[in-house]
Design a protein around this ligand. Sequence first.
Ligand code: 5AD
Ligand code: SF4
Length: 475
Amino acid sequence: MQRLNKPDLSSARKRTKNQVNTIEYENFKNIKDIGKDKSYIIQTHGCQANEADTEVIRGLLEDQGFTPVSVLEEADLVVINTCAIRENAENKVFGELGRLKSFKRLNPNLIIAIAGCMPQEEAVVEKIMKKYSHVDIVFGTHNVNKFIEYLDYVIREKKQLIEVYSNEGEIIEHLPQARENRFKAWVNIMFGCDEFCTYCIVPYTRGKERSRKKEYIIEEIKELIKDGYKEVTLLGQNVNSYGLDFVEEKYDFADLLEDLAKLDIPRIKFTTSHPKDFSDSLIDVIAKYPNIMPFIHLPVQSGSNNILKRMNRKYTKEEYLDLVNRIYNRIPHVSLTTDIIVGFPGESETDFEETLDLVRKSRFEGAYTFIYSPRKGTPAATYKETVDPQVAKQRLYKLNDLINEGFLAGNKRFEKQVVKVLVEGYSKTNKGVLSGYTENNKLVNFSGPESLIGNIVDIYIEKAKTWSLDGKVVQ
Ligand code: 5AD
Ligand code: SF4
């Protein structure tokens, strides 16, 4: 019999007040070396939460003896860690699944697994069952820790397994992780989202907000320091609500950030912040500690109060601008970036002009911009006042032009200055040229010896371009 447990978006919407328990990861002691002589490849789509989950999946697999390969043709196991945030992200995955059908014909032993946010949607699971029966394992965001058990089942029974939970379980600590980067690490501080912005599927696919206990976060970062890591990015869908789910303790994101800044880690940044609960005490902590990077990603989504309300963002344009000004006053050298959606149902030309106005006033130095994509199961998907796709596209182009101006202006302010760069490696496009990021998260290219990789180095900036800076090592 096929193993089947399908998701259900309406039960995924439910929230309870209970604090979620923390448990330690239990190794599958009875399952050993199932990956011996087997290779794997993972494709990761979407946000940093998925990048972090991929590192856990890699950790689980490598514990079982699987070895990574870089081309699909050589893999015995393909895992696609999927994103559900927009339709085109999903279409890419379905395209890939179509392509994998022929791989499976050539190699019937190939195991195909789908993970991440897409399996949390019932429509996706139905579609996989109907049209993509060559997929062996479907699991979601709440049971990554069980992947090895699922693999073992599929290898032994040679049957399809679909196991998706609609609701989150416990927080699981000490999961194995195989990190991609040797100097920069993702550290989850919380999971899930309770905001329910009307356009967004994440609260359904990632469950209720739950914060990791500070002891585990501190312990993880101390380990990273020992291993030579130079930068950590604290992850959560809304890091500003960290700790609000603690029942006994009063300990919020500003408290956590301050405790972490006191550790011996050269750089800390965080993502993502919801503007509605970005406190003054948090701004103070960022201003106070030099190892907290002066870089804040602060998604605004729209500059129109009418649209913000329909998006359920819980702040006005004026409140957002006031926050931005408070941040600039306390941290003058900060770089701000944002996310913006155009073409949200009911967005008029005037609403869009309001967004452009807010962008000018906020002096953003970068942004991710998107055309609204209806997500089945979310309130906005039922809104009738849709925007003509051509109009939405034109708005996106116009917005991007403005954002690019801000990107360049943000880079220009470092011309003829010395900046600190965490050197990551040779530039992807030009071997022989090293590259890395500044404290303001600006990409810098420069020539230098390989020995600089992994160090924080002083670089004199000679020229600012729109997407990067050119510089030379300060002798
Ligand atoms: N359509 C378009 N963009 C979306 N985002 C989230 N949901 C949607 C959607 N349905 C964008 C938001 C969010 C970013 C991660 O993705 O801007 O901040
Ligand atoms: Fe989605 Fe809003 Fe939560 Fe961000 S805060 S993950 S946009 S619901």
